[in-house]
Write a protein that binds this ligand. Structure first.
Ligand SMILES: [Zn+2]
Length: 387
């Protein structure tokens, strides 16, 4: 009798058949406050860098243990890979004016309160235009991600971090680290989980995507991004309230986890879709929803670019499986939510409202059609607009 060799699937740190973290192990960069903290040079981070720091602490950016060194940075910018070849789509760097003198620096929040120590491994200059062209596919400073990059200090400081105090989070009851979501998925007996990234309220179209995806897996992680967004995006507190009323009214509680994703938006479109997927793999998701225009802004990216970019990796190289979706609408003839893939009708048969039109209605205190938005969600938005 021959025994077929087991296909290697590392579940060592999960033990529950959940997908392995990116690179194999979930990183934990939390640790003790050092005794000599007062003697260290203090570096104040931007809000985007603080989001990255907290994600490094929690292992959301596994296998990264700190801010990137030059070898990782260069290969990520040029090839979407870390120096060791592992896929990685966007730089995770902290920018400074000059390299610090000591071999360790303290990292502080914007009020100057120290949260972490960075062991300085390297400081290097970088080419902002090259990073913009490669990562954002544009060097236009009107792009919010490019504008942020151009406004950065000129030197990247690299090194492993140890976070002794976690950043204050806006929604403590939604603050689940990758270890927490993994434990929750395991407790529920889930193996296949689809992650849904959102920075917008969920209307019927996105409800349809998430439920269609959920039909094929064990559970759904609604993972709203709560880090920095553009000032004209709907504020996180309003969005979170929308998710609460939607999930309470229309999703089976046993199949859904709602948790906050602490990342800041970079608006890097396709590359950010890859980055978002890799992060969600660390949170334990086996699948990830990628709609049209994922993480895009303005008209810098083609509608399908964030889906097509997944083809630049070998099958299964990312391990997490992207699930691509079209825009969905309610069709009065089909009497269902549909997309161009599933419905032959169009025009007036479809209940379509532009974002501008919806905002106008909500601003006037009018409920959009129920085929477009659940009334409970619309009510939250109306109240937010009127205050
Ligand atoms: Zn139809």
């Amino acid at each position: 009798m021959t025994i077929a060799p087991q296909r290697a699937r590392t579940v060592s740190d999960t033990g529950h058949g959940l997908i392995s973290p990116h690179g194999g192990d979930l990183v934990d960069r939390t640790g003790e406050r050092p005794d000599d903290l007062e003697r260290l040079e203090l570096l104040t981070l931007t809000s985007r860098e603080l989001s990255d720091l907290d994600m490094l602490a929690a292992g959301a950016l596994s296998p990264l243990e700190g801010f990137m060194g030059r070898d990782d940075y260069v290969r990520v910018v040029e090839e979407m890979r870390l120096a060791n070849g592992l896929p990685w789509a966007l730089p995770v760097c902290v920018a400074v004016d000059v390299a610090p003198g000591g071999d360790r620096v303290a990292l502080a929040d914007q009020s100057g309160h120290p949260l972490a120590v960075l062991e300085v491994e390297e400081a290097f200059e970088y080419d902002k235009e090259l990073e913009a062209a490669q990562c954002f596919r544009t060097t236009d400073e009107a792009h919010p991600g490019v504008a942020r990059l151009y406004g950065q200090k000129p030197v990247y400081l690299a090194g492993r971090v140890t976070v002794f105090e976690r950043a204050q989070v806006p929604f403590p009851d939604l603050a689940l680290d990758p270890a927490d979501t993994r434990a929750e998925f395991a407790r529920r007996g889930w193996k296949r989980i689809v992650g849904f990234q959102t920075r917008n309220p969920i209307h019927r179209a996105h409800e349809y995507l998430t439920k269609t995806a959920l039909e094929t897996v064990d559970g759904l992680l609604i993972h709203p991004l709560v880090g920095d967004t553009k000032s004209d995006d709907v504020p996180a507190a309003t969005r979170v309230e929308c998710y609460r009323v939607l999930v309470d009214g229309y999703y089976p509680a046993a199949r859904v986890v709602v948790s906050a994703f602490p990342a800041a938006m970079r608006y890097a479109g396709p590359r950010e879709a890859i980055w978002h997927a890799i992060c969600r793999k660390n949170y334990g998701c086996s699948h990830f929803i990628v709609g049209r225009d994922h993480a895009g802004v303005g008209d810098y990216y083609g509608s399908y670019d964030a889906q097509l970019i997944f083809d630049e990796f070998e099958p299964h190289e990312l391990d997490i499986e992207p699930m691509f979706f079209e825009h969905a609408v309610y069709c009065k003839v089909c009497e269902a939510m549909v997309s161009p893939k599933t419905c032959p009708h169009g025009g007036d048969d479809h209940v379509f409202l532009s974002g501008t039109k919806v905002r106008e209605m909500l601003g006037r205190g009018e409920l959009p059609p129920a085929e477009f938005s659940r009334p409970e969600v619309a009510q939250v938005l109306i109240e937010a607009y009127s205050s």
